[in-house]
Write a protein that binds this ligand. Structure first.
Ligand code: GRF
Length: 212
């Protein structure tokens, strides 16, 4: 029997991706435990959902720290109390310092609402509309020191429709995020992700894109 993996999820707000992961883990009985949900904002809505589901929560308020380095050190202490096998960034709106990222190398996942390497950074739906792309989407990737880069685990494509604005497009991408992220985390839990030469191989899986 494989050991039960422990997952810590970091959020900054609504936490709908976190909720999708928690629900899927419960419904599909993944061999893992969501050990904690940690936020950098005390008012993050997702904290309530976590508490209601019996998941320990913690808050490390980023704006109370004098620098990124000091905040990241405090965050790391808060996370490592739970000895996680995997740390999941789910709408965690902070740029992390290289030592933090290095500490969780190979066990830190993020979801970004674009088809990377297109449109890193903020306002991805605006960027997609301005570029006139006809296909947009979301990417789950391992986190490396370079923002919104890192080995790609899975992607979901979403059509851009003629009348889309940022909100309609974001809503359509979010529906796919809620399918994609739980799937990717499950693969990690099942030891099916291998990073080779900076690329991810998903063991025993033919479809690497969610909607192909
Ligand atoms: C998602 O679109 C995620 O991809 C992005 O921020 C949003 C967070 O939403 N990084 P939620 O907090 O998971 O509801």
């Amino acid at each position: 029997m494989r050991a039960m993996k422990k997952i810590v999820i970091l959020i900054s707000g609504r936490g709908s991706n976190m909720q999708a992961i928690v629900r899927a883990a419960q419904a599909e009985q993944w061999p893992c435990r969501i050990a904690a949900v940690i936020s950098n904002r005390a008012d993050a809505e997702g904290l309530r959902f976590a508490a209601e589901h019996g998941i320990p929560t913690d808050v490390v308020v980023s704006k109370e720290f004098p620098s990124r380095e000091v905040f990241d050190a405090a965050l790391r202490t808060a996370i490592d109390r739970f000895s996680p096998d995997l740390v999941v960034l789910a709408g965690f709106m902070r740029i992390l310092t290289p030592p933090f990222v290095e500490h969780y190398s190979g066990r830190l996942l993020n979801i970004h609402p674009s088809l990377l390497p297109s449109f890193p950074g903020l306002a991805t739906h605006r960027q997609a509309l301005d570029a006139g792309v006809k296909v947009h989407g979301a990417t789950v990737h391992f986190v490396t020191a370079e923002l919104d880069h890192g080995p790609i685990v899975a992607q979901a494509a979403v059509p851009v429709l003629p009348d889309d604005d940022e909100h309609t497009l974001a809503d359509r991408v979010l529906v796919q995020e809620h399918i994609l992220y739980p799937r990717a985390v499950r693969w990690f839990v099942e030891d099916r992700l291998k990073i080779e030469n900076g690329l991810v191989r998903v063991l025993d899986d033919r479809a690497q894109a969610a909607n192909t």
